[in-house]
Design a protein. Structure first.
Length: 138
């Protein structure tokens, strides 16, 4: 089952400057900073009005985020929704013809199990499904 919004992820060129700008202009609260070694991605999680924003940046231009910045610039990377029983949801989506980008769920921030879908016609609309580590299938 797909639930509410987990977070909105944004790709930013300068993580420090972006955090400061969101705090100053929108009153955002910095919830955490992390580094994802497998993708060499720097992450800052902000909260604005009860919504989590996940700012993604990379110093290395040869990473996925680095290439996105070079090719597309800053912008929305994906919208993440809560999911319960991720495998069953992925099977349902495949059956309905969805383009599921991750053959199996993988590990995301905080041990969440995640999988991406392409909801656009050419890879331009990414949706992430995120199952919390303590969620269990019924």
């Amino acid at each position: 089952m797909i639930g509410g919004v987990n977070h909105i992820a944004l790709v930013v060129a300068d993580l420090e400057a972006s955090v400061e700008r969101f705090q100053r202009l929108l009153g955002a609260t910095l919830r955490e900073r992390s580094f994802l070694p497998e993708s060499r991605t720097e992450v800052a999680v902000l909260e604005v009005g009860g919504v989590h924003l996940e700012l993604l940046s990379a110093r290395d231009p040869d990473t996925k985020v680095g290439r996105l910045l070079r090719e597309r610039g800053e912008g929305i990377h994906h919208i993440s929704f809560h999911a319960h029983d991720l495998e069953a949801e992925l099977a349902r989506l495949r059956e309905q013809g969805a383009r599921v980008l991750d053959p199996q769920p993988r590990t995301g921030l905080h041990g969440r199990r995640i999988a991406f879908l392409d909801m656009g016609t050419n890879g331009e609309i990414l949706i992430e499904l995120a199952e919390e580590p303590n969620a269990s299938a019924d």
